[in-house]
Design a protein around this ligand. Structure first.
Ligand code: IPE
Ligand code: IPE
Ligand code: MG
Length: 265
């Protein structure tokens, strides 16, 4: 039994403040280049933006924040940049986990971690264990993550289980194997840095997320910019396949009914 509703099978319960925000933190390199600094200075600065973003999530009551830190395609970058990014990841974990823990934040890391150095893998495990009981905010860092990798690893694990009814596997058989099965699907997807693409982030989970793109570079994305994204989210009409008229006609009672109604049963 999946922990959270699937947006394609059930109409999810929606709220004014998104429960789950997923962010592609892009533009660090350009931020640095504009200042004639090495690209790494932008990544360094980007960690500060992560800190501020976590703070805003805590203040606004957002329950899940997922950030794309390193994609499965980012290994294609110059070896020096990859190596500096790995060192920065280690440093950020060492520096930030105590503060996250004090603030009730649970840290989780998703992605194919087997390619990381043993030291980094151990640090990830210990940070996750240390914060495992925290419930105020679940901060997920996607590292060596790819949406296709996620779908494939879920399919491979699902195929080891017994198929559901009629000998066929269903969405509900697959859902528990996805890397983020512990979280509802993102309500709001944000990408900074001006590009308007998914870059192999959460392909399955973004099925019904609201998209928000900004030209601001990640180090420039402050609380005001985040609030602008949240304000935009509040203007959206989330129809999940239905018509506006249906939404207007929804009394709280019928909304609840729609929530429990299976669409594709
Ligand atoms: C995003 O910033 C951070 C990572 C991918 C690690 P970029 O490094 O992609 O910055 P730009 O897009 O080159 O400016
Ligand atoms: C996406 O940014 C990955 C992360 C932010 C970690 P990229 O800068 O790598 O994306 P592309 O290659 O421009 O699509
Ligand atoms: Mg980029």
């Amino acid at each position: 039994m999946a922990l959270f509703a699937s947006s394609t099978r059930d109409v999810p319960v929606t709220s004014v403040v998104p429960r789950h925000v997923a962010i592609i933190m892009d533009g660090n390199g350009r931020w640095a280049r504009k200042r004639l600094l090495p690209r790494f200075a932008g990544h360094h600065r980007g960690v500060e933006t992560v800190r501020a973003t976590v703070k805003t999530c805590l203040e606004r009551g957002i329950e899940f924040l997922t950030i794309f830190a390193f994609s499965s395609e980012n290994w294609r970058r110059p070896q020096e940049e990859v190596s500096l990014l790995m060192q920065l990841f280690v440093k950020a974990l060492k520096d930030e986990v105590s503060k996250l823990h004090r603030n009730g934040v649970r840290l989780r890391v998703v992605g194919d971690l087997s390619r990381f150095e043993p030291e980094l893998q151990a640090l990830i495990r210990s940070s996750e264990e240390r914060t495992a009981d925290n419930k105020r905010l679940i901060l997920t860092v996607a590292a060596n993550y790819g949406g296709r990798w996620d779908i494939l690893q879920a399919v491979n694990r699902m195929l080891l289980s017994e198929p559901g009814k009629n000998g066929e596997w269903t969405e509900s058989d697959m859902a528990p194997h996805l890397a983020m099965s512990y979280a509802p699907e993102p309500d709001l997807f944000i990408r900074t840095g001006g590009e308007q693409r998914i870059s192999n982030f959460l392909l399955w989970q973004l099925a019904y997320s609201e998209f928000y793109f900004t030209d601001l570079l990640w180090p420039e994305f402050d609380a005001t910019a985040f609030d602008a994204a949240l304000a935009s989210f509040q203007q959206r009409e989330r129809r999940f396949g239905r018509t506006s008229e249906q939404l207007l006609g929804d009394s709280p009672a019928t909304t609840a009914a729609a929530t429990s109604r299976r669409i594709d049963a």
